[in-house]
Design a protein. Structure first.
Length: 578
């Protein structure tokens, strides 16, 4: 190596100023002019400004506030508690010194490195995804504690293959020594404490030195050593380990159960493939039930449609037959009257003797005309000009009713003294009538809007209650009247209503509960009766409604009839002429 090449290498790697070289194999400190050595007091150390001075010269420099001044450019180089020993060596310069010395056996150093070269640790450290400081495309697995660099296995072998660098201690990246940060206020001091005050720990923990802790703004704050606080957090994590393990096990078990539920629900295996040979899943069974239900519903609707069409067709034929019959009668009368008119004209043309001879016949003919006129006069305007519209009303059970008013059969039941008969006559005559207990039944027809209610009022005395079942046939609605002012009979009324709900003939009947005598102070409210009778459970699956009412004033009665009309009529009146 010539002199020019040697100086260029020193300036490139060690950032040294040019210095005189006595021989091709000598490198000297520019302060003491002693030759650098690989170890000891003459080892070259690198300052922050880039100049290299031997260790012994640095010891003789005066320290100023944990820092030293470069003897060449007076630049400041901070030093820690370890003093000059903490400064980095000029490894580039040491490599040049090694190359100038004769080679030695590096077997011990290689063995020292291979002690940390464990494949299992390398695979684990690769998962940290820390880039190599020599090449950003490589993943670091080692850390050089002397150079403070992250290295991959390839770069470690390439850069630390000299006699000096190969002695550097390299550890797995996961065992990298912790770096202590410096205090943000006093850069020359290490951050040894953390402030525990909530205002200081949000949004991130605050680290400080002993000066900030004892004399700064955090003097009276709660604090802890970084190591102690970190250990407390580690203890929390370790204590939470069993809890997290149990939680993971529970979550795993839950996922397995959900997977089993999915398999049962959807006929699929773990890969989502449908198994046609397995037992039908609940989802497939539910779909089958829905299909069967609507299939039966379509069949029932088809039967009901056929019956409704047949009813309408029969009605149309009857109307047409009636009109045609009247038309034939009127046509016959027209022909008869026309013939008589012709005969009368012929008689008028004859002589007096013939007219007198036909007098008796003329009287008979005039009597026939009078009878025909009387018969025609008896015909109503509706018969002579019939309304061809066909008012149609559908019930909730898809039955068809023809006519302007729909007839509904209603049975009114309840205990004696509940006010059933008073309610009936208030609806019928719009007046309150005090009646004696009903012995048998009363039946009245009540016209309300487009409905015609045939109401059967059956006595509610104990000896008459077994006879109620004889009035259930073809009943479309039940009105159950309750005396809400008599708390002693409420439980008895609940028992009788429970028996009614078990009758098969009333399973499709709408139930209207009238809480009568709401004008009396202290009567049971609708909420109390609903809870006492357990109506939501008792009447589950059927149309029911409870209505507060007062028979003397009629309050609430017509609201109950409105509810019945909505339950019994499907969608109002449908006129074919519309």
């Amino acid at each position: 190596m010539n002199s020019d090449t040697f100086e260029l290498g020193v300036l490139q790697f060690g950032r040294l100023p040019q210095m005189p070289v006595k021989s091709s194999d000598v490198l000297e400190c520019r302060v003491c002019e002693d030759v650098f050595t690989l170890q000891g007091d003459k080892v070259p150390r690198l300052l922050y400004c880039g100049h290299t001075i031997c260790h012994s010269c640095l010891i003789r420099l005066n320290e100023q506030s944990s820092s030293i001044l470069c003897p060449f450019d007076r630049q400041i180089t901070p030093i820690g508690r370890s003093g000059v020993w903490g400064l980095k060596k000029n490894f580039a310069l040491l490599e040049l010194l090694e190359r100038l010395q004769p080679p030695t056996n590096n077997t011990d150093a290689d063995m020292n490195f291979t002690a940390y070269f464990r494949p299992d640790l390398m695979e684990r450290d690769e998962q940290l995804h820390v880039p190599c400081d020599e090449s950003a495309n490589h993943i670091a697995v080692l850390y050089c504690t002397v150079c403070c660099t992250n290295l991959c296995s390839y770069c470690s072998e390439q850069t630390h293959n000299t006699r000096t660098l190969i002695k550097h201690r390299r550890v797995p990246l996961s065992e990298k020594p912790q770096e202590r940060p410096r205090c943000s206020v006093h850069q020359s001091h290490l951050a040894e404490f953390t402030c525990l005050e909530e205002s200081c720990s949000q949004p991130s923990p605050l680290f400080m030195c002993f000066v900030c802790k004892d004399y700064g703004t955090h003097k009276n704050h709660k604090h802890a050593l970084v190591e102690v606080e970190a250990e407390n957090i580690r203890s929390k994590i370790k204590n939470a380990g069993p809890l997290m393990g149990n939680l993971l096990q529970e979550l795993n078990d839950a996922i397995l159960r959900l997977d089993q539920s999915l398999t049962r629900l959807g006929d699929t295996d773990a890969n989502g493939v449908v198994d046609e040979e397995s037992v039908p899943s609940t989802g497939r069974l539910a779909l089958t039930r829905v299909q069967l239900y609507f299939q039966h519903l379509r069949e029932a609707l088809q039967v009901q449609e056929t019956a409704a069409l047949s009813t309408i067709d029969t009605h149309i034929r009857e109307r047409i037959g009636s009109i045609k019959g009247l038309q034939e009668v009127l046509g016959s009368s027209l022909a008869q009257v026309g013939l008589i008119c012709l005969q009368c004209e012929q008689i008028l043309r004859q002589d007096d003797f013939r007219v007198i001879s036909a007098g008796a016949k003329i009287n008979e003919v005039l009597d026939v005309i009078e009878k025909q006129k009387q018969t025609f006069a008896e015909l109503s305007p509706e018969q002579l000009q019939p309304d061809v519209s066909i008012p149609i009303t559908f019930t909730k059970d898809n039955r068809v009713h023809i006519g302007p008013k729909m007839e509904i059969r209603v049975v009114t039941l309840g205990l004696d003294g509940a006010g059933k008969t008073s309610v009936l006559f208030k609806l019928k005559q719009n007046e309150f009538i005090t009646t004696i207990p009903t012995l048998g039944f009363n039946v009245e027809t009540v016209d309300y809007k487009n409905m015609k209610f045939t109401i059967w009022d059956v006595g509610g005395q104990p000896k008459l209650r077994p006879l109620w079942k004889h009035y259930y046939l073809n009943t479309q609605a039940v009105i159950f009247v309750i005396d809400s002012s008599n708390p002693e009979k409420l439980l008895e009324s609940a028992n009788e209503l429970t028996k009614l709900m078990t009758e098969k003939e009333l399973k499709d009947a709408a139930l209207l509960i009238l809480a009568n005598k709401q004008d009396i102070h202290g009567c049971a409210t609708i909420e109390n009766i609903t809870e006492l009778f357990a109506l939501h459970r008792l009447c589950c699956g059927r149309s029911w409604h409870i209505q507060a009412c007062d028979a003397p004033s009629g309050a609430g009665l017509y609201e109950g009839l409105d509810w019945l009309a909505r339950q019994l009529v499907a969608s109002g009146v449908h006129d074919l002429n519309e």
